[in-house]
Design a protein around this ligand. Sequence first.
Ligand code: NAD
Ligand code: MG
Length: 297
Amino acid sequence: MTKAPSLIDPTKIYADIDTPEQYLEGAGLDSEMEDPADLGAESYVGSGKLTGRRALITGGDSGIGGATAIAYAREGADVAISYLPEEQSDADRIVRLIEEAGRKAVAIPGDISDAAFCRELVERAVEGLGGLDILVNNAGKQQHVEDLVDLDDEEFDATMKTNIYATFWITKAALPHLPAGSSIINTTSIQAYAPSGHLVHYAMTKGAINNFSKGLAEQLAPKGIRVNAVAPGPIWTPLQPAGGQPPEALPDAGSQTGVGRWGQPAELAPAFVYLASAESTYVVGETLNVNGGMPTP
Ligand code: NAD
Ligand code: MG
C-alpha cells in the first residue's frame, strides 16, 4: 500500500534537527542557532485564509512570531513585525519572505518594555499597513533563575514589563483601530499551567497573559473582536539558548512531551492562522495548546 504524503508521524519528523548545548547573547538570533529552527519558509503553503488582512506581530523576527509572519503573508495578509534593534538581521529575513509572498512588510524595531514605544509601535503599524485587524502579542522575555533569592528586581521588572505590561500597552493602543471581525492572539505557555521551578517569574507572566486573554475576550466579544491565546510547549527558538534554559537542558528539553521532541515554530504558525481567520468565528477566549502532548486543565 502506498503511504499518503500527508500522513506524517509526529514522533519521527525533525529527527534531523539537533538541539545541542549552546548559549546566545542578548535576545538571541535565529541565524546563530547551531541547528536553525524550522519557520516553515520551505514548507508553508497558503490558501487565502487571510486575504487583505493587516497584522501586527510582536517578536515577528524569529521563532514562533517569525513563522507566523511567514504564514500570514502566504495567507494573503500584510504584516508589520516588531523586534529589538539587535535583531535587525533576523527581521530582514522575515521582511524578505513577506515581500516574496507578494505582501507588504513593515519593520518596526524598538523596546516594548517602554510604554511610549508601544504606543508609537501601534501608530507606525497602522500607518504602514493602512489599518489593523490582527494583533499578535507574541514577544516575550524568559531567563531561567534557579533560586528566587538570586532573581534580581531588575530582571523581575523587565520580565513583567516585556511580557505583561507591553501586552496591555499595545492592546490598549490598538483597540481604537480594530474593526469588528478583528482578532487578538496572545502567546502564553505551558508554563501558565505547569510552572517550572527555575522559571517562576516568567511562568507568572504567562498565567497573567492567559487570564488577560480570557477576560478581555468576554469584554470584546460583543463588539465582534475575538481574543484567544496560543500556549506552546517547548519550542526550538532563540529564546531558549539565549538564557531561557540552562545550556545543558537544551539537548533533552523536548523529551518530556508525548511525541518526545522539541516542537518547531512551523508547527505553531497554523494555530495563529486559525485563530486569526474566519474559520474560528465561534472560538472566543480559548487557549489553543500546541505542546506535543503535555496535559493541561
Ligand atoms: P524568540 O526569541 O524567537 O521570540 C521572542 C521575541 O521577543 C524576540 O524575537 C524579540 O524580538 C522579542 N522581544 C523580547 N524582548 C523584547 C523587548 N523588550 N522589546 C521588543 N521585543 C522583544 O522566541 P519564541 O520562543 O518564538 O518566543 C515567542 C513567544 O513564545 C514568547 O512570548 C515566549 O514566551 C513564548 N513561548 C515560547 C516557548 C518556547 O519553548 N520557545 C514556549 C512557550 C511560550
Ligand atoms: Mg528574535
